[in-house]
Design a protein around this ligand. Structure first.
Ligand code: ZN
Length: 151
């Protein structure tokens, strides 16, 4: 059972890397943030269209490794329609998932990232798009770098 699940997650990540969802510029975005991971060379721009407190549309552009791209793709799919508070709550859960392999609550497809914690060098790659979207949704139109994390 566990092996089946691992295989399923592996396939899901491969699929999201090969065919990333919402991989485009969003011309009417009203929140934009950059995320860079100099160690790996991941570099993404997250585009969000917020209507008040709600994420109406979420897209991304850029390049990087398979893990960062699959993570960004899963992120854009899972956060659309969420409020700012829900995005923050999701970010905290996903950070737990990526760093420990466990998280409270149902993360849906994002659970595919649960294996990343076994590869410490890839944790920053998987987290990068989530840092960027948190910055975008909070209106901090800044560049987020994995090398300036205070956590
Ligand atoms: Zn990477």
């Amino acid at each position: 059972m566990f092996d089946d699940l691992t295989e399923l997650y592996h396939q899901l990540l491969l699929d999201h890397n090969k065919s990333p969802r919402n991989f485009r510029v969003l011309p009417d975005a009203n929140r934009i943030a950059q995320g860079t991971n100099p160690i790996c060379g991941d570099n993404y721009t997250i585009y969000a269209k917020m209507d008040g407190d709600v994420v109406q549309e979420l897209t991304f552009q850029g390049s990087g490794c398979a893990i960062s791209k699959a993570s960004a793709s899963l992120l854009t799919e899972s956060l659309k329609g969420k409020t700012r508070a829900e995005v923050k709550a999701m970010f905290d859960k996903v950070r737990d998932l990526i760093t420990t392999g466990h998280s409270d609550g149902d993360l849906g497809k994002v659970a595919a990232l649960s294996g990343v914690h076994k590869f410490p060098a890839r944790v920053k790659c998987a987290l990068l798009p989530w840092h960027a979207v948190a910055a975008a949704v909070e209106g901090r139109g800044e560049t987020v770098s994995t090398e300036s994390e205070k956590e």
